[in-house]
Write a protein that binds this ligand. Structure first.
Ligand SMILES: Cc1cc2nc3c(=O)[nH]c(=O)nc-3n(C[C@H](O)[C@H](O)[C@H](O)COP(=O)(O)OP(=O)(O)OC[C@H]3O[C@@H](n4cnc5c(N)ncnc54)[C@H](O)[C@@H]3O)c2cc1C
Length: 366
């Protein structure tokens, strides 16, 4: 049997991976991109639910950095200025550091006095930047039709440039000590490449290098969120809210706004939740996969979220829940020593992209 050979095998299909694939193709290199799921996008995935197509289910936001936005626009993606601007909601200050406590208490009181639920994120960022130093900033931008548009456009461009995409295919093992690198899929198919490209959330069970085979995955954690389908109205307009000092809610995104077929009598909100024993990974609070809630617990949590949205004064008190879904996204936490070895590039045939949020990753690697 002939083994297929590529210049690059890219593991996973996050937007960063897709843009890196396009860069390699424009250098006339042969690219195979492999994704274990049916759909591309990694954490930037969409679902068709309640009869609505391509619903964004992951509370997505692009950090407001001009150089990151220009990488997206250079790739032919259209961005719009987010309106209303993203905002910050401070539940009740109990800040972790003295300075955060003072700052959050100040904002909390300003909101209370002004009778507003949230403050604009750019204003909050500005005051934060007094602590962290001046940073490159822009208005917050977004994809008018959500992250489906981003992923689909990049996928089509890869195919147009003769890149090969395999979905429903998981790389189970990789032998990276010789050139070419040899990878094996869970169905036993073998492929070789000059360069193996990995991003932070890769899930390869066995990697062989320096004559040893190791499993770099230490634990799998899940980023949890609920998508609430509501019949009601917002109290005042909002797009994306970062919730501080709350023990349950992390982020709220009006995901229905990016989905053309949602009628204006309905609200579809995606809420990223955290739990008391959540672990911080990739700037998100995620829970261990063992702590996945039962159906009853999910129902209780969804009801609690609805009540919180009303208490926060974000939606009208008469708002009713039509339905909800619970979603979890796997985050594969690695053995730090294995990652250190990858980062130190002991093997020049492995390109490890230490992906964080999309914009910062693009600025660093594209
Ligand atoms: C729930 C969630 C929401 C997020 N929201 C934002 C946001 O709004 N804005 C932002 O900038 N950042 C966000 N992030 C950060 C996010 O990590 C990055 O934006 C980016 O998606 C990271 O890319 P990645 O390639 O490391 O991981 P992922 O996006 O997780 O992509 C990894 C992909 O590789 C595939 N894969 C892994 N192993 C294999 C294998 N062996 N074989 C085949 N396929 C494999 C996985 O199935 C997955 O599709 C979010 C992260 C999470 C977990």
């Amino acid at each position: 049997m002939q083994i297929a050979e590529y210049d690059n095998i890219i593991v996973g299909s996050s937007p960063l991976n897709l843009i890196v694939a396009l860069q390699k193709l424009s250098n006339n290199e042969k690219v195979l991109l492999i994704e274990e799921n049916e759909k591309l996008g990694g954490a930037w995935y969409t679902k068709s639910i309640w009869g609505y197509k391509n619903m964004e289910v992951g509370c997505h936001i692009l950090k407001n950095k001009v150089s990151g936005y220009s990488i997206l626009t250079k790739n032919g993606l259209k961005l719009k200025t987010m309106s209303p601007k993203p905002s910050v909601l401070i539940a009740k200050p109990n800040g972790v550091s003295a300075l955060n406590k003072v700052l959050n208490t100040f904002f909390y009181l300003v909101c209370k006095i002004a009778g507003k639920a949230t403050i604009e994120r750019p204003f909050y960022d500005f005051l934060k930047s007094l602590k962290h130093g001046r940073q490159e900033r822009s208005e917050y931008k977004y994809f008018p039709n959500g992250c489906f548009e981003l992923v689909k456009k990049l996928e089509l461009d890869i195919l147009k440039r003769n890149g090969i995409i395999k979905t429903n295919c998981k790389i189970k093992s990789a032998n990276v000590q010789n050139s070419p690198i040899c990878v094996t899929s869970s169905s036993g198919e073998q492929m070789t490449c000059k360069k193996l490209i990995l991003t932070k959330n890769f899930n390869i069970e066995n990697i062989t290098w320096n004559d040893t085979t190791s499993n770099p995955i230490q634990r799998v954690l899940i980023g949890e969120h609920y998508v609430l389908r509501l019949n009601g109205k917002k109290k005042s307009p909002f797009s994306f809210i970062h919730v501080l000092e709350d023990n349950l809610i992390n982020l709220i995104s009006d995901t229905g706004a990016f989905c053309e077929d949602v009628p204006n009598t309905e609200l579809v909100l995606c809420i990223s939740v955290k739990s008391g024993n959540g672990v911080k990974e990739n700037n998100l609070i995620v829970n261990s996969i063992e702590s996945k809630p039962t159906k009853t617990e999910q129902n209780q949590c969804a009801e609690m979220l609805l009540k919180k949205l009303k208490d926060f004064n974000l939606i009208s008190v008469s708002t009713l829940m039509i339905d909800f879904i619970y979603e979890s996204y796997p985050v594969n936490v690695k053995d730090p020593n294995a990652i250190k070895e990858l980062k130190e590039r002991k093997n020049p045939n492995v390109e490890f992209l230490d992906s964080t949020d999309l914009i910062d990753s693009l600025i660093q690697y594209c």
